[in-house]
Design a binder for this molecule. Structure first.
Ligand SMILES: Nc1ncnc2c1ncn2[C@@H]1O[C@H](COP(=O)(O)OP(=O)(O)OP(=O)(O)O)[C@@H](O)[C@H]1O
Length: 299
């Protein structure tokens, strides 16, 4: 697999604020990566560093296995990290033409990219007549003009209505399906779950998890258990079992989180042999949302 970007022990301090703390991860070609974290967790700072607009305090990053200088590598990167500035009285096409001139790239791809973001029909409308969603889609088109290897987006659906959010997500998925690697920052778990194949979860600049989104979902899971009587004994037996990591109570139901995969039959047998009869037993996988909340609150 081809590595597009590699971060090694990246660090950024703004005075007392440790915005990015010893952050390492790799971006492989063809995947869709989400950097997921609450506001202020260091997502924008990380993107700023790899795009050479924020100076790092220490650590390293390298583009395309270090084969190119950062300056050369960034010509193969399309990025939107702040609200795009287009000329309001110019049309979509005129704005993109101007961007091509400024960047010194061919204007050949303008119609193709306007089509990708569903703006071809509106190509001759003035930018000021566009909705926020359309403005964002034009920004995506502008970032695609040089056919980048990787598209980087910071909170791509911020401020949009549900229809606008849906459109942007579909466009991102389509761009990815056509082979462009994507890195997006988001504080929305739902967004990462819907759009990304891989995720790096950060909080206070520290990496809490990185890997496939579906592997994060497929953790060891948990049991829901209930007894009609003898709750203390249930807690005691669960505590003694090596596969059980922690026990919580939600209303009448006990939630036992697993650190090792075991079956319902195994836990049922174990409890029964120790004199306890369950009135309810269900095994389930925790949702990514629960895991994200666990990761960001407990670590
Ligand atoms: N230029 C700056 N000067 C001082 N502190 C900064 C600066 N930029 C960011 N920070 C601080 O660094 C931390 C990380 O901010 P950053 O914007 O990278 O997080 P984020 O995850 O992108 O959050 P958000 O989604 O709110 O933008 C925050 O505590 C922020 O206040």
């Amino acid at each position: 697999m081809e590595t597009i970007l590699s971060l090694k022990k990246l660090d950024k301090k703004y005075g007392q604020v440790h915005a990015v703390n010893n952050l390492s991860f790799d971006i492989q070609k063809g995947n869709v990566y989400g950097i997921l974290g609450p506001n202020g967790s260091g997502k924008s700072t990380t993107l700023g560093i790899i795009l050479n607009v924020v100076n790092r305090t220490s650590g390293e990053f390298s583009w395309f296995n270090g084969k190119l200088s950062t300056h050369e590598a960034l010509k193969k990167v399309g990025a939107i990290i702040e609200r795009p500035n287009f000329y309001p009285y110019m049309t979509a096409t005129q704005n993109l033409n101007l961007i091509c001139k400024i960047k010194g790239i061919s204007t050949d791809k303008i119609n193709e990219k306007l089509t990708t973001v569903n703006l071809f029909e509106r190509r001759d409308s003035k930018f000021k007549t566009f909705s926020l969603g359309m403005k964002q889609r034009l920004a995506i088109a502008s970032a695609l003009l040089n056919d980048p290897e990787i598209l980087i987006l910071d909170e791509p659906t911020n401020g949009l209505d549900p229809q606008g959010i849906h459109e942007i997500r579909e466009i991102i998925k389509e761009i990815a399906a056509n082979g462009t690697t994507i890195l997006l920052a988001s504080h929305l778990l739902d967004e990462v779950e819907k759009v990304c194949s891989h995720v790096v979860v950060i909080r206070n600049g520290v990496k809490l998890y990185s890997g496939r989104v579906n592997e994060m979902t497929a953790s060891k899971g948990l049991f829901e258990l209930k007894v009609d009587e003898n709750e203390e004994k249930l807690i005691e037996l669960l505590k003694q079992h090596s596969a059980i990591d922690k026990i919580n109570k939600e209303h009448e139901t006990f939630i036992a989180t697993l650190n090792t995969e075991i079956s319902s039959t195994e836990i049922n047998e174990y409890l029964f042999k120790n004199g306890l009869v369950l009135s309810h037993l269900v095994k389930r996988k925790p949702s990514l949302e629960q895991q994200f909340l666990d990761l960001t609150s407990n670590n």
